[in-house]
Design a binder for this molecule. Structure first.
Ligand SMILES: [Zn+2]
Length: 339
């Protein structure tokens, strides 16, 4: 049980006793025990709870010190769920402690469900810390071949070195409940959780809906609206944005939590964020088509696509410039295939 040990590190390594550590509220905002998972030029950085969860709104969102990564948890009765938990052992421990003890249940809750939205290494990273939980994942993600698994785990190990924190027993997840298009279960007595396969960010991405909380966990969709975070096919990504819009309407979503960056609150804001991604993709595609029609060379086509993206959102992609270039390249490849 290497991973079970990983989740108790902060309590053991500080003067805080297990009991104190388990007291609801102690871990709210800035934890007493340093939770540093890496150092920036500005000094140590810390994980913090964006949402601490309570009986009216049992959603827990933990912001990592790295990549603005959001681990998500949910509790109902004496059960709890984690979604894409990460990134360091200390952060996993903080998430675990909050879910098990929030609102002082008569007995510590069991974290008996784990959802992994897709097979990128940051998303599967903490799964091994929740051994014994029913593990849900899109089938295509769960059944990646040995070569892809090796590549993904190696990228995860590189991250572990960079942040000097590797979850013990980091390995490919043992998926008990692979799903194809949709899946659902009930947490506690009555809190319904639904999963929808929505490929585009990757070929294996899904999103999670908690209808009673009007909440959608969007994995890597809308992590940086205006700079679409596409790691697969641009056209499939555009299809996913349409699918996302439909889900937001179907479930009357008012809160969208991406796996990185800020939450989007209110249906109008969520639709705005989707629209900004759609608009940039459309502008780039149109520019690429236009440039190809004029017979411009690859460099010129790329420049036209990037300029169109900047013009559409009214600013450059800044530190996300590499993603912009990546998107343009994917679109160009597709348009060349058509031509
Ligand atoms: Zn991803």
């Amino acid at each position: 049980m290497p991973c079970a040990q990983a989740v108790s590190i902060p309590c053991e390594s500080s003067s805080t006793s297990q009991r104190q550590c388990a007291r609801p509220g102690v871990l709210k905002r800035t934890p007493r025990t340093p939770m540093a998972t890496g150092k920036s030029k500005r000094g140590p950085r810390f994980a913090r709870l964006l949402l601490a969860g309570n009986s009216a709104d049992p959603l827990v969102v933990l912001r990592s010190a790295t990549w603005n990564y959001n681990s998500v948890g949910l509790f109902a009765g004496n059960e709890a769920l984690v979604v894409d938990p990460g990134l360091s052992p200390a952060e996993l421990a903080l998430l675990h402690a909050r879910l098990v003890t929030a609102e002082q249940p008569p007995e510590p809750r069991r974290i008996n469900h784990l959802i992994l939205t897709h097979a990128h290494h940051d998303h599967i990273r903490g799964g091994c810390s929740f051994e014994g939980a029913r593990t849900w994942m899109p089938r295509i993600a769960a059944e990646k071949g040995p070569e892809a698994r090796g590549r993904i785990l190696a990228a995860g190990e590189a991250l572990g070195k960079r942040i000097a924190a590797e979850p013990a027993g980091y390995s490919w997840p043992q998926v008990t409940d692979p799903f194809d298009t949709e899946a659902q279960f009930v947490l506690g007595d009555s809190l319904e959780v639904r999963m929808h396969f929505l490929p585009g960010h990757s070929n294996c991405t899904s999103v999670v809906v908690i209808p009673a909380l009007a909440t959608l966990l969007s994995a890597d969709y809308l992590v940086s609206p205006g700079v679409p975070f596409c790691r697969h096919e641009a056209r499939m990504f555009e299809g996913a944005l349409v699918g996302l819009r439909e889900l937001v309407e179907r479930y009357e979503i008012e809160r969208l939590v991406p796996s990185h960056g800020p939450m989007h609150l209110g249906r109008d804001k969520i639709h705005e964020a989707i629209a900004s991604d759609q608009s940039v993709m459309a502008a780039m595609r149109q520019a690429v088509r236009g440039a190809l029609d004029k017979g411009l060379d690859k460099q010129q086509v790329m420049a036209a696509a990037l300029a169109a993206a900047d013009k559409d959102r009214g600013q450059t992609a800044g530190r996300l410039a590499a993603q912009d270039t990546d998107n343009a390249r994917r679109i160009l490849r597709e348009e060349q295939d058509i031509a």
